[in-house]
Design a protein around this ligand. Structure first.
Ligand code: NAP
Length: 248
Protein backbone atom coordinates (compact mmCIF):
# COMPACT_ATOMS: atom_id res chain seq x y z
CA UNK A 1 0.00 0.00 0.00
CA UNK A 2 1.65 3.24 -1.06
CA UNK A 3 -0.85 5.78 -2.41
CA UNK A 4 -4.12 7.36 -1.30
CA UNK A 5 -3.48 6.53 2.33
CA UNK A 6 -6.01 7.70 4.88
CA UNK A 7 -4.78 8.60 8.35
CA UNK A 8 -6.30 9.66 11.66
CA UNK A 9 -4.14 11.42 14.25
CA UNK A 10 -5.32 12.22 17.78
CA UNK A 11 -4.13 15.43 19.45
CA UNK A 12 -3.48 17.04 16.05
CA UNK A 13 -3.81 20.69 17.03
CA UNK A 14 -0.57 21.12 18.92
CA UNK A 15 2.97 19.85 19.45
CA UNK A 16 3.87 16.38 18.23
CA UNK A 17 0.41 15.57 16.81
CA UNK A 18 0.38 18.73 14.72
CA UNK A 19 3.83 17.87 13.35
CA UNK A 20 2.58 14.38 12.46
CA UNK A 21 -0.45 15.78 10.60
CA UNK A 22 1.91 18.08 8.64
CA UNK A 23 4.36 15.27 7.94
CA UNK A 24 1.56 13.14 6.43
CA UNK A 25 0.23 16.14 4.51
CA UNK A 26 3.68 16.58 2.93
CA UNK A 27 3.86 12.89 1.95
CA UNK A 28 2.50 12.01 -1.50
CA UNK A 29 1.33 8.63 -0.15
CA UNK A 30 -1.47 10.34 1.78
CA UNK A 31 -4.71 11.72 0.35
CA UNK A 32 -6.86 12.18 3.50
CA UNK A 33 -5.88 13.14 7.05
CA UNK A 34 -8.37 13.40 9.92
CA UNK A 35 -7.26 14.82 13.23
CA UNK A 36 -8.83 14.97 16.67
CA UNK A 37 -8.48 17.62 19.36
CA UNK A 38 -10.11 18.51 22.68
CA UNK A 39 -10.80 22.25 22.67
CA UNK A 40 -8.44 24.33 20.45
CA UNK A 41 -10.95 25.33 17.76
CA UNK A 42 -8.79 28.20 16.49
CA UNK A 43 -5.68 26.06 16.15
CA UNK A 44 -7.71 23.40 14.35
CA UNK A 45 -9.03 25.97 11.86
CA UNK A 46 -5.53 27.39 11.33
CA UNK A 47 -4.13 23.95 10.59
CA UNK A 48 -6.84 23.17 8.05
CA UNK A 49 -6.16 26.56 6.37
CA UNK A 50 -2.40 26.03 6.43
CA UNK A 51 -2.76 22.66 4.70
CA UNK A 52 -5.25 23.77 2.02
CA UNK A 53 -2.50 24.30 -0.59
CA UNK A 54 -1.64 20.59 -0.35
CA UNK A 55 -5.01 19.85 -1.97
CA UNK A 56 -5.55 17.00 0.50
CA UNK A 57 -8.72 16.34 2.45
CA UNK A 58 -8.04 17.48 6.03
CA UNK A 59 -10.83 16.67 8.49
CA UNK A 60 -10.83 18.18 12.00
CA UNK A 61 -12.84 16.54 14.82
CA UNK A 62 -13.46 18.03 18.23
CA UNK A 63 -13.72 14.83 20.24
CA UNK A 64 -12.90 13.82 23.79
CA UNK A 65 -10.52 10.93 23.14
CA UNK A 66 -11.37 9.46 26.54
CA UNK A 67 -15.07 9.08 25.66
CA UNK A 68 -15.86 5.71 24.10
CA UNK A 69 -19.13 6.99 22.54
CA UNK A 70 -17.64 10.19 21.08
CA UNK A 71 -14.75 8.24 19.58
CA UNK A 72 -17.11 5.71 17.96
CA UNK A 73 -19.06 8.57 16.32
CA UNK A 74 -15.92 10.36 15.14
CA UNK A 75 -14.34 7.24 13.67
CA UNK A 76 -17.57 6.22 11.91
CA UNK A 77 -17.85 9.68 10.37
CA UNK A 78 -14.17 9.93 9.41
CA UNK A 79 -14.01 6.45 7.88
CA UNK A 80 -17.20 7.19 5.94
CA UNK A 81 -15.92 10.50 4.60
CA UNK A 82 -12.40 9.25 3.81
CA UNK A 83 -13.56 5.91 2.39
CA UNK A 84 -11.42 3.79 4.75
CA UNK A 85 -8.58 4.15 7.23
CA UNK A 86 -5.01 2.88 6.87
CA UNK A 87 -3.12 4.65 9.62
CA UNK A 88 -4.07 5.46 13.22
CA UNK A 89 -1.76 7.55 15.42
CA UNK A 90 -2.80 7.63 19.06
CA UNK A 91 -0.99 10.74 20.23
CA UNK A 92 -3.41 12.76 22.43
CA UNK A 93 -2.09 13.08 25.95
CA UNK A 94 -2.07 15.17 29.12
CA UNK A 95 -0.02 15.48 32.30
CA UNK A 96 -1.27 16.12 35.85
CA UNK A 97 2.05 15.87 37.69
CA UNK A 98 2.40 15.56 41.45
CA UNK A 99 4.24 13.48 43.99
CA UNK A 100 2.17 10.43 44.83
CA UNK A 101 1.52 11.68 48.36
CA UNK A 102 -0.24 14.70 46.91
CA UNK A 103 -1.73 13.17 43.76
CA UNK A 104 -5.53 13.23 43.74
CA UNK A 105 -7.70 10.36 42.55
CA UNK A 106 -9.05 12.73 39.88
CA UNK A 107 -5.55 13.46 38.54
CA UNK A 108 -4.80 9.75 38.38
CA UNK A 109 -8.08 8.88 36.63
CA UNK A 110 -7.94 11.79 34.15
CA UNK A 111 -4.44 10.89 32.95
CA UNK A 112 -5.24 7.19 32.58
CA UNK A 113 -8.44 8.00 30.68
CA UNK A 114 -6.90 10.49 28.24
CA UNK A 115 -3.56 8.74 27.72
CA UNK A 116 -4.46 5.05 27.91
CA UNK A 117 -8.20 4.48 27.61
CA UNK A 118 -8.23 6.72 24.51
CA UNK A 119 -5.83 4.29 22.84
CA UNK A 120 -8.30 1.46 23.51
CA UNK A 121 -11.21 3.64 22.28
CA UNK A 122 -9.65 4.59 18.96
CA UNK A 123 -8.02 1.26 18.26
CA UNK A 124 -11.23 -0.65 18.89
CA UNK A 125 -13.17 1.77 16.72
CA UNK A 126 -10.84 1.38 13.70
CA UNK A 127 -10.14 -2.35 13.89
CA UNK A 128 -13.03 -3.71 11.82
CA UNK A 129 -12.13 -1.38 8.96
CA UNK A 130 -8.45 -2.35 9.06
CA UNK A 131 -9.23 -6.06 9.35
CA UNK A 132 -11.59 -5.87 6.37
CA UNK A 133 -8.89 -4.08 4.32
CA UNK A 134 -6.25 -6.53 5.51
CA UNK A 135 -4.01 -3.51 6.09
CA UNK A 136 -3.37 -1.19 8.99
CA UNK A 137 -0.60 0.74 10.68
CA UNK A 138 -1.16 1.73 14.32
CA UNK A 139 1.29 3.99 16.12
CA UNK A 140 0.89 4.74 19.81
CA UNK A 141 2.83 7.60 21.35
CA UNK A 142 4.29 6.48 24.67
CA UNK A 143 7.22 8.17 26.44
CA UNK A 144 10.68 7.27 27.66
CA UNK A 145 9.37 7.69 31.21
CA UNK A 146 7.03 4.77 30.50
CA UNK A 147 10.22 2.69 30.29
CA UNK A 148 12.41 4.20 33.02
CA UNK A 149 9.88 5.84 35.40
CA UNK A 150 9.87 9.41 36.70
CA UNK A 151 9.25 10.86 40.16
CA UNK A 152 6.16 13.08 40.26
CA UNK A 153 4.56 11.36 37.28
CA UNK A 154 3.24 8.03 38.58
CA UNK A 155 -0.10 8.54 36.79
CA UNK A 156 1.53 9.58 33.49
CA UNK A 157 4.20 6.88 33.65
CA UNK A 158 1.58 4.20 34.39
CA UNK A 159 -0.43 5.37 31.37
CA UNK A 160 2.63 5.36 29.09
CA UNK A 161 3.84 1.94 30.29
CA UNK A 162 0.27 0.74 29.72
CA UNK A 163 0.44 2.03 26.14
CA UNK A 164 3.54 -0.11 25.55
CA UNK A 165 1.87 -3.28 26.89
CA UNK A 166 -1.25 -2.54 24.87
CA UNK A 167 0.81 -2.04 21.69
CA UNK A 168 2.66 -5.35 22.07
CA UNK A 169 -0.55 -7.31 22.67
CA UNK A 170 -2.17 -5.62 19.70
CA UNK A 171 0.83 -6.43 17.51
CA UNK A 172 0.56 -10.11 18.43
CA UNK A 173 -3.23 -10.21 17.94
CA UNK A 174 -3.25 -8.51 14.57
CA UNK A 175 -0.05 -9.57 12.82
CA UNK A 176 -1.86 -12.27 10.82
CA UNK A 177 -4.19 -9.58 9.42
CA UNK A 178 -1.31 -7.46 8.07
CA UNK A 179 -1.87 -4.85 10.76
CA UNK A 180 1.25 -3.66 12.58
CA UNK A 181 1.34 -1.82 15.89
CA UNK A 182 4.35 0.04 17.21
CA UNK A 183 4.98 2.52 19.99
CA UNK A 184 7.14 5.62 19.77
CA UNK A 185 8.69 6.78 23.03
CA UNK A 186 9.83 10.41 22.82
CA UNK A 187 12.26 11.90 25.30
CA UNK A 188 12.18 15.63 25.97
CA UNK A 189 10.39 17.34 23.06
CA UNK A 190 9.78 21.08 22.94
CA UNK A 191 5.95 21.55 23.05
CA UNK A 192 3.28 23.19 25.24
CA UNK A 193 3.46 20.10 27.45
CA UNK A 194 7.10 20.75 28.35
CA UNK A 195 7.25 24.55 28.28
CA UNK A 196 6.59 24.76 32.04
CA UNK A 197 10.27 24.03 32.77
CA UNK A 198 12.47 26.94 33.81
CA UNK A 199 15.56 27.76 31.69
CA UNK A 200 17.73 26.29 34.46
CA UNK A 201 15.80 23.01 34.51
CA UNK A 202 16.01 22.89 30.72
CA UNK A 203 19.79 23.49 30.69
CA UNK A 204 20.30 20.76 33.28
CA UNK A 205 18.26 18.38 31.16
CA UNK A 206 20.13 19.17 27.95
CA UNK A 207 23.43 18.32 29.69
CA UNK A 208 22.20 14.70 29.93
CA UNK A 209 21.16 14.46 26.29
CA UNK A 210 24.07 13.05 24.22
CA UNK A 211 22.89 14.82 21.05
CA UNK A 212 23.05 18.07 23.01
CA UNK A 213 19.59 19.50 22.34
CA UNK A 214 15.94 18.95 23.16
CA UNK A 215 13.85 17.34 20.46
CA UNK A 216 11.51 19.08 18.01
CA UNK A 217 8.04 17.72 17.30
CA UNK A 218 9.29 16.95 13.76
CA UNK A 219 11.94 14.61 15.18
CA UNK A 220 9.09 12.40 16.38
CA UNK A 221 6.83 12.99 13.37
CA UNK A 222 9.51 11.76 10.94
CA UNK A 223 9.81 8.46 12.82
CA UNK A 224 6.03 8.04 12.85
CA UNK A 225 5.95 8.62 9.09
CA UNK A 226 8.68 6.01 8.60
CA UNK A 227 6.81 3.45 10.73
CA UNK A 228 3.70 3.98 8.59
CA UNK A 229 5.62 3.65 5.31
CA UNK A 230 6.37 0.55 3.23
CA UNK A 231 9.94 0.71 4.54
CA UNK A 232 8.62 -0.45 7.93
CA UNK A 233 6.36 -3.28 6.73
CA UNK A 234 8.34 -5.90 8.71
CA UNK A 235 8.39 -3.97 12.00
CA UNK A 236 5.75 -4.66 14.62
CA UNK A 237 5.46 -4.70 18.42
CA UNK A 238 8.45 -2.37 18.83
CA UNK A 239 9.07 0.62 21.02
CA UNK A 240 11.16 3.18 19.14
CA UNK A 241 12.82 5.68 21.43
CA UNK A 242 13.33 9.21 20.03
CA UNK A 243 15.26 10.96 22.78
CA UNK A 244 18.65 12.16 21.47
CA UNK A 245 20.28 9.26 23.32
CA UNK A 246 18.98 10.31 26.77
CA UNK A 247 17.98 6.83 27.93
CA UNK A 248 20.41 4.61 26.02
P1 NAP B 1 0.59 19.01 23.71
O1 NAP B 1 1.43 19.99 22.97
O2 NAP B 1 0.13 19.34 25.10
O3 NAP B 1 -0.70 18.66 22.79
C1 NAP B 1 -1.64 17.74 23.25
C2 NAP B 1 -2.65 17.45 22.16
O4 NAP B 1 -3.59 16.46 22.66
C3 NAP B 1 -3.49 18.66 21.76
O5 NAP B 1 -3.78 18.59 20.38
C4 NAP B 1 -4.76 18.48 22.59
O6 NAP B 1 -5.91 19.10 22.03
C5 NAP B 1 -4.91 16.96 22.54
N1 NAP B 1 -5.72 16.44 23.64
C6 NAP B 1 -5.52 16.55 24.97
N2 NAP B 1 -6.52 15.96 25.66
C7 NAP B 1 -7.37 15.46 24.73
C8 NAP B 1 -8.60 14.76 24.80
N3 NAP B 1 -9.18 14.43 25.97
N4 NAP B 1 -9.22 14.41 23.66
C9 NAP B 1 -8.67 14.74 22.45
N5 NAP B 1 -7.53 15.39 22.32
C10 NAP B 1 -6.89 15.75 23.45
O7 NAP B 1 1.32 17.59 23.83
P2 NAP B 1 2.66 17.03 23.12
O8 NAP B 1 3.82 17.45 23.93
O9 NAP B 1 2.60 17.29 21.67
O10 NAP B 1 2.47 15.48 23.39
C11 NAP B 1 1.86 14.61 22.44
C12 NAP B 1 2.02 13.18 22.93
O11 NAP B 1 3.40 12.88 23.08
C13 NAP B 1 1.38 12.93 24.29
O12 NAP B 1 0.82 11.63 24.31
C14 NAP B 1 2.54 13.01 25.23
O13 NAP B 1 2.32 12.28 26.42
C15 NAP B 1 3.64 12.41 24.39
N6 NAP B 1 4.98 12.80 24.80
C16 NAP B 1 5.38 14.09 24.79
C17 NAP B 1 6.68 14.42 25.19
C18 NAP B 1 7.19 15.83 25.20
O14 NAP B 1 8.32 16.03 25.65
N7 NAP B 1 6.45 16.79 24.72
C19 NAP B 1 7.55 13.42 25.61
C20 NAP B 1 7.10 12.10 25.61
C21 NAP B 1 5.82 11.80 25.20
P3 NAP B 1 -6.24 20.68 22.37
O15 NAP B 1 -5.25 21.49 21.59
O16 NAP B 1 -7.63 20.87 21.88
O17 NAP B 1 -6.08 20.81 23.85
Amino acid sequence: MSANKKALVTGGTRGIGRAIVKEFAADSDYSHIAFVYASSDERAKELVEELKPTGKEILPYKTDASSFEQVQQTVTDAVGKMGGLDVLVNNAGITRDNLLLRMSEQDFDDVIKVNLKSVFNFTKAVLRTMIKQRYGRIINISSVVGIIGNPGQANYVASKAGVIGFTKSLARELASRNITANAVAPGYISTDMTDKLTDEQRDALVKNIPLGRVGDPQDVAKVVRFLCSNAADYITGQVITVDGGLTM
